[in-house]
Design a protein around this ligand. Structure first.
Ligand code: GDP
Length: 445
């Protein structure tokens, strides 16, 4: 899902992360590329334009350009703007089904995954919320579709309304309502007929069913792979029938994914669920943060690898690893690590991404270790002689005083650095023995 969009955007951001200071022009250039990437991901033009404008307004603010990591800041703004555009109001997974029996109307084009989604949601309501659900197929033109729902019902252990030949959709809806009330069901789901294209008859039929059922939720199922078409379908269904939410199916495929962004921005309708496969459990509530993170490829080890690759040669990493395994970790190594961290967006960002490092990141933070300190630590190391860097254990009081003075800092700050170095050297040694270091480094480089 979103592979193309993610790849495109990470290309743009790579360039941003590598630069130190950004000019207003840098930001503009990068955002032009973001716009192209969005358009290629099938996000509609007005949506892409609005989105970029929103980001640009914030990204060209003084605080961003003057910050230590402007590239990272711009990425964060893009990330937040994506979430903002994708997010609906309230909990997308909370269906309004309080007054039993609550009707849920399922609409959509043929082949969108409507029947599958009806069954997936019925299963979810049954298992997670302990609801008694009755499903009914109204697709009188396609007996196979009615059979399909009955088969899925048996498979997931959810009741379906018995099929009566010759009945029209409105009559079926009425029967479902009566049956649901008599049978003590909490929810009844109406799986309406789909066509390959929207036509007057399809809409008239769905509207007639809506009028008798008076649904609490009308969920439109659309194929997430159809991009811009999905957005047009949603607009039309919402105009004619009125929908309370959208389910995007086939989000497991490698579609361009821009549909999610446009869908929300153009129709104003919340995306409630995403379909992630053919199996009955392959449905999830829509999570804008996760989708935004995925679009940007942020917050996971993959992005760490990408960043590390961009800032450090593999050979250098290999050499370093060999030395660490032998327990050799001097001030030059520490300095390289610190510089690497700076390039990669600071301490917290690096540690947060490394498996198992969460606890250490917290300790480091509690010790007041922020990114300004990284710069200070590097200054201290720079102030050491070659011999001192290779053998920090020779540092006595007079040497310490000289080094601290050279860096314009206090001896206590140097002592902190030395303590950290010792702890890291110990850890490297331990990890090297257990083979953990190799694994951790493999993950990184
Ligand atoms: P309907 O005509 O809208 O009722 O569509 P169906 O529910 O019959 O689905 C059509 C096909 O799409 C079936 O083969 C489903 O298994 C498949 N399908 C439905 N949802 C998803 C999904 O989220 N991911 C994938 N990969 N396939 C899906």
């Amino acid at each position: 899902m979103f592979e193309n969009l993610s790849e495109r955007l990470s290309g743009v951001f790579d360039r941003l992360t590598k630069q130190g200071a950004l000019s207003e022009d840098d930001v503009k250039t990068a955002l032009r590329e973001v716009r192209v990437a969005l358009l290629e991901a099938d996000v509609s033009l007005p949506v892409a334009r609005d989105f970029v404008k929103k980001v640009q307004d914030q990204a060209t603010g003084q605080s961003v350009l003057k910050s230590i990591t402007p590239g990272q800041q711009v990425i964060k703004i893009v990330h937040d703007a994506l979430i903002d555009t994708l997010r609906g109001e309230g909990d997308p997974g909370a269906l309004k089904i309080d007054n039993a029996p609550a009707p849920i109307l399922m609409v959509g084009l043929q082949g969108s995954g409507k029947t599958t989604t009806t069954a997936k949601l019925a299963k979810r309501l049954t298992e997670r919320e302990g609801k008694r659900v009755l499903m009914a197929s109204l697709d009188v033109n396609r007996p196979a579709a009615m059979e399909q729902l009955a088969i899925l019902g048996t498979q997931i252990g959810v009741d379906t309304l018995p099929i009566v030949k010759g009945e029209d959709p409105v009559a079926i809806a009425k029967r479902a309502k009566t049956q649901a009330a008599l049978g003590g069901y909490d929810v009844y789901m109406l799986d309406t007929a789909g066509r390959l294209h929207i036509d007057a008859e399809l809409i008239a039929q769905a509207a007639a069913v809506r009028d008798v059922a008076n649904p609490r939720e009308t969920l439109l199922v659309v194929d997430g792979l159809t991009g811009q078409d999905a957005v047009n379908v949603a607009t039309e269904f919402d105009d004619k029938i009125g929908v309370t939410g959208v389910v995007l199916t086939r989000m497991d495929g490698d579609g361009r994914g821009g549909a999610a962004l446009s869908m929300r921005a153009v129709t104003g309708k919340p995306i409630r669920f995403v379909g992630l496969g053919e199996k009955m459990d392959a449905i999830e509530t829509f999570d804008p943060e996760r989708i935004a993170g995925r679009i940007l490829g942020m917050g996971d080890i993959v992005s760490l690898v990408e960043k590390a690759q961009a800032t450090m040669e593999a050979e250098q990493a290999e050499r370093m690893m060999k030395r660490f395994q032998k327990g050799q970790f001097n001030m030059n190594d520490l300095r390289m690590q610190l510089e690497q961290m700076q390039k990669m967006g600071g301490m917290e960002s690096v540690m947060g991404m490394m498996p198992g490092m969460g606890k250490m990141a917290k300790q480091v933070q509690e010790a007041g270790f922020d990114d300004k300190i990284i710069a200070r630590q590097i200054a201290l190391i720079q102030s050491m002689t070659k011999k001192e860097r290779a053998n920090p254990q020779i540092l006595q009081a007079s040497r310490k005083k000289r080094i601290a003075k050279g860096a314009g800092l206090e001896v206590s700050q140097l002592n902190q650095l030395l303590k950290m170095h010792r702890q890291m050297a110990d850890m490297m040694k331990k990890m090297g023995k257990g083979g953990m270091l190799k694994q951790a480094m493999k993950g990184m480089f």
